[in-house]
Design a binder for this molecule. Structure first.
Ligand SMILES: C[S@@+](CC[C@H](N)C(=O)[O-])C[C@H]1O[C@@H](n2cnc3c(N)ncnc32)[C@H](O)[C@@H]1O
Length: 220
């Protein structure tokens, strides 16, 4: 995979600036990109129980947490963008089971071995080092904990790098599987979910429709 120009500049700062700037619009933007079925696919893989700790990584304004906030588990919502989390906090102000933490994929602000489920939607294609982000997820999970990731299949819509600060043009199922296994995960599966991410370029003739995968793995 080739690193983009964005990566050669300061990817972390650029990505945070982008999401800080669009935080107030993210809920309406993301509705155009993908549907709630993506969240349902993630949540169908878990059974939250009292005492469980769930991490929503790259939580944004709470797309995944939305389906967990009235449940029995405690949620740690982590994002690089303080503005995204600020909007989420305002939306979910009546929920008392969410802990908001700003932090980066490479150094998650979470202790080792405490998380039951680590969930992330459309997170990995924005992080500078996806294999390292996966190793961090492994670190925070308890033994027996599960990671569930939804993200974009490999594609060639370059405009997403420039217009939406994507750092990666999706991922192949093989590379996702190998990164998860290399991090130590067992029972690794990467499958399509028959949902698509759709995005229009500022150029009228460019429109992306990208299939979405769901990747899971367990910490032994
Ligand atoms: C495409 S949005 C997805 C937000 C949310 N998961 C959703 O489904 O609506 C990607 C999110 O990941 C966050 N993010 C990007 N790079 C990150 C990093 N290196 N560490 C932590 N969060 C990051 C962004 O700030 C943004 O909120």
């Amino acid at each position: 995979m080739i690193f983009s120009n964005i990566l050669q500049k300061k990817p972390g700062r650029e990505v945070r600036k982008y999401f800080d700037e669009i935080a107030s619009q993210w809920d309406s933007m993301s509705k155009e990109f993908y549907s709630e079925k993506v969240r349902e696919s993630i949540l169908s893989m878990i059974i939250p129980e009292p005492g469980h700790m769930i991490a929503d990584l790259g939580a944004g304004t709470g797309f995944v947490t939305e389906g967990l906030k009235d449940g029995p588990a405690s949620i740690i919502a982590i994002d690089k963008s303080g503005e995204m989390l600020k909007h989420m906090k305002a939306k979910f102000r009546d929920s008392t089971n969410i802990d908001y933490r700003t932090g980066d994929a490479n150094h998650l602000p979470v202790k080792d071995n405490i998380i039951d489920y680590a969930l992330a939607n459309m997170y990995l294609h924005h992080v500078d080092n996806p294999p390292n982000a996966i190793r961090e997820i492994y670190r925070i999970l308890k033994s027996g904990g599960k990671v569930i990731l939804t993200d974009l299949d490999a594609h060639n819509f370059e405009f997403l790098k420039k217009e939406h600060h994507d750092l990666w043009l999706g991922f192949s199922h093989d590379e996702m599987e190998s990164w998860l296994r290399a991090a130590g995960f067992i029972n690794v599966h990467v499958n399509p979910i028959e949902e698509y991410c759709c995005a229009n370029s500022v150029k009228p003739d460019k429109h992306a429709k990208i299939s979405i995968f769901l990747a899971t793995g367990d910490k032994a």
